[in-house]
Ligand binder design. Structure first.
Ligand code: AMP
Length: 396
């Protein structure tokens, strides 16, 4: 019972082969520079055998053929036949309003994904190209689309609607969708198991290079910070997060940006990178702040402050919380950001134990008498995709 998980971008393709018997990773790899010159595949097995293949991959089909070749290699691979792969789980950015759950891929699913490609123009073409290629080179193997958005499909209209004319929403489907769904789902399920309470009220803070928060009740998302695209919400590595649209237009004029450059600017040049003028990486910013850099300090304070405001609003939405959960590269590894977010939150009964917060590997970082559990829970998006894929295909 082995499942291949694929996360394809327009020019890259990450993959993991997972043994569902014990949910262990058999191997993982990456194809880079698909469609460009100087393509490269790197792969590493669980026991440390490494493969590097430098070969151009004009399309995702050649990339998938190379992935199979690397996985089947007698010395450095881990498969003796493609038949050992029970199913393939594809990460797909956007479900639009068409899917509420993961789905087994057929021609109709691909048609709907193609219709929705304009909702995620940077990612969807790569996702779809890879699905099609995979079906060609792995004929007969069941495939599942696991969307970044569907975990959030349980949001009520009052949470996902923007304050725009209803007809505009209805005609163009302009609304909040939310992203990082595989992570929010995985973490909320893990925390549900830890607490022995599937119906707990949770605020999940996925803080990484891209960041989002969701409010979860009874295992379902009721609100989330990312929106129509992943640009809305928190101050991120290079994304601005929430900003007055009128300020965006004013900035466009002042900076002389073309209309199609504005969103790219907000996605790639802003966030803690733009504020600090230094780096989008939390480790660099933390080091710079410790050296006395004021703008690095401001960037970190802004990041944490925006998280704190969202946590506060979701406490209001959920009528309190049973758990506030930190995950993602920053959430799992930065006591500084967790400390800034959780400072002065006793109003809701959440009290951080600073010693536990500083201890690597600690799961519960709240004080004994804190009414709200504060939890560090590592995310695992690939395993989340593999579990969904298994559930839908019952792969053997
Ligand atoms: P992700 O997108 O989830 O991989 O998270 C990437 C972010 O996590 C980057 O900003 C990293 O600087 C941050 N990060 C990773 N490890 C650490 C660490 N040990 N301390 C602070 N931040 C970290």
């Amino acid at each position: 019972m082995k499942i291949l998980v694929i996360n394809a971008g327009s020019s890259s393709l990450k993959y993991q082969l997972i043994d569902m018997a014990d949910e262990s990773v058999i191997l993982k790899g990456l194809c880079e520079r698909i469609t460009f010159k100087n393509g490269k595949l790197t792969q590493k097995t669980f026991d440390g055998r490494e493969t590097v293949i430098e070969q151009d991959m004009p399309t995702h089909k050649e990339a998938m053929q190379l992935v199979l070749e690397a996985m089947l290699d007698k010395e450095k691979g881990a498969l003796s036949s493609v038949d050992e792969i029970g199913a393939v789980g594809h990460r797909v950015l956007h479900s639009g309003e068409d899917f509420k759950n993961s789905v087994v891929i057929d021609d109709e699913v691909i048609r709907i994904c193609e219709k929705n490609a304009e909702l995620g123009p940077l990612h969807m073409p790569g996702n779809i190209a890879c699905i099609k290629s995979c079906r060609e080179v792995m004929k007969g193997v069941p495939m599942v689309a696991v969307f970044d958005t569907t975990f959030h499909s349980t949001m009520p209209p009052k949470a996902y609607m923007y304050g725009i004319p209803y007809e505009v929403y209805d005609k163009y489907k302009i609304r909040k969708y939310g992203f990082h769904g595989t992570s929010h789902k995985f973490v909320s399920e893990e925390v549900g198991k830890m607490l022995g309470n599937k119906n707990a009220r949770m605020i999940i803070c996925h803080l990484g290079n891209g960041s989002s928060i969701s409010a979860v009740k009874d295992g379902k998302c009721v609100d989330t910070s990312m929106g129509f695209t992943p640009l809305e919400g928190l101050v991120m590595g290079t994304r601005s997060g929430d900003i007055d649209p009128a300020a965006v237009d004013y900035m466009r004029v002042k900076l002389g940006l073309k209309p199609d450059e504005v969103v790219d600017y907000l996605n790639k040049k802003c966030g803690v990178m733009g504020i600090s003028g230094l780096s989008s990486d939390l480790r660099d910013l933390t080091a710079a702040m410790n050296d006395g850099n004021e703008r690095a300090k401001l960037a970190l304070e802004m990041l944490a402050y925006r998280v704190k405001k969202y946590v506060g609003s979701y406490l209001a939405v959920l009528n309190g919380a049973d758990a506030i959960v930190f995950t993602g590269g920053i959430g799992e590894n930065s006591p500084l950001i967790r400390g800034l977010v959780m400072s002065g939150m006793s109003y809701c009964g959440a009290v951080l134990d600073e010693k536990k917060n500083q201890t690597r590997g600690e799961t519960y970082i709240n004080t004994e008498d804190s009414a709200v559990k504060i939890i560090v829970c590592p995310t695992n998006e690939e395993l989340s995709i593999a579990r969904e894929t298994k559930a839908l295909t019952a792969a053997k």
